[in-house]
Write a protein that binds this ligand. Structure first.
Ligand SMILES: [Mg+2]
Length: 238
């Protein structure tokens, strides 16, 4: 637990999806409801879900690379998915897409230990969210999970005009927090956006890697469970 020893860090930046908000679990629950409501095909939810996951991840990667925009993700993922299931119905794809966008952010589930970690950290650190998600959606997720009071501010790529891994979004956050880059720590699950991005801005990084995915990206620290953050903070004294 956070001791009395003051760490060199004063501010902690958190990614939102897959780091604090349990995107996979929340998304799966939403999709399960939509599947049973609209598709009414027995026993194919596992297929539907695994294909959604793949298609969605692919489209998000293209988005991060600046190759497609948010509307492309929203429209294409369900059209492609239904197409793969032999359902050619653009109106249905649109309906499912709209309902997914409306209801998924209302799911409240957080990653294991997230609430306890935020609860403890807020006593000694300024906390910020830095997210590439869409501003309207991200605020709803944070409110649904009941964690908005933990943060000094939620910084979105929409609001700043730069998305991770651009150093500008981190520099903007440092400026808001009124700290030097050495006094901030970025925690995130995405090597390309969170870790490379913070590295670009000379901010120390914690790669949150619950699945122990092998990688070769430089990160100052790496954790499997969010509570391991206390070990880092208690040993990184100035
Ligand atoms: Mg993430």
């Amino acid at each position: 637990m956070a001791g009395k020893v003051k760490s060199i860090y004063k501010v902690i930046f958190f990614d939102l999806d897959h780091t604090l908000w349990d995107y996979k679990r929340n998304s799966k629950m939403t999709l399960e409801g939509l599947y049973h409501k609209h598709l009414n095909v027995n026993n194919r939810f596992d297929y539907f879900y695994s294909r959604f996951d793949t298609i969605n991840e692919h489209l998000w990667n293209l988005y991060h690379q600046g190759k497609i925009n948010r509307d492309d993700i929203r429209v294409k993922r369900f059209r492609t998915l239904l197409g793969e299931m032999g359902i050619k119905n653009d109106l249905l794809a649109k309906t499912i897409s709209e309902e997914y966008l409306m209801t998924c952010p209302l799911q409240p589930h957080l990653m294991p230990g997230a609430r306890e970690v935020l609860e403890e950290l807020r006593n000694n650190y300024k906390l910020y969210v830095i997210t590439n998600g869409f501003e309207d959606i991200q605020y709803i997720k944070i409110r649904s999970a009941g964690i908005s009071h933990f943060f000094d501010q939620v910084i979105t790529s929409d609001g700043v005009g730069y998305k991770k891994p651009a150093p500008e979004i981190f520099q903007h956050a440092l400026q808001l927090a009124g700290v030097d880059h050495r006094e901030a720590l970025m925690i995130g699950d995405n090597l390309e956006t969170d870790i490379k991005g913070a590295n670009n801005a000379n901010v120390d990084t914690v790669f949150f890697n619950p699945d122990k995915t092998p990688h070769e990206v430089f990160t100052k620290y790496e954790i499997e469970h969010l509570s391991e953050i206390f070990k880092i903070l208690n040993t990184s004294t100035g």
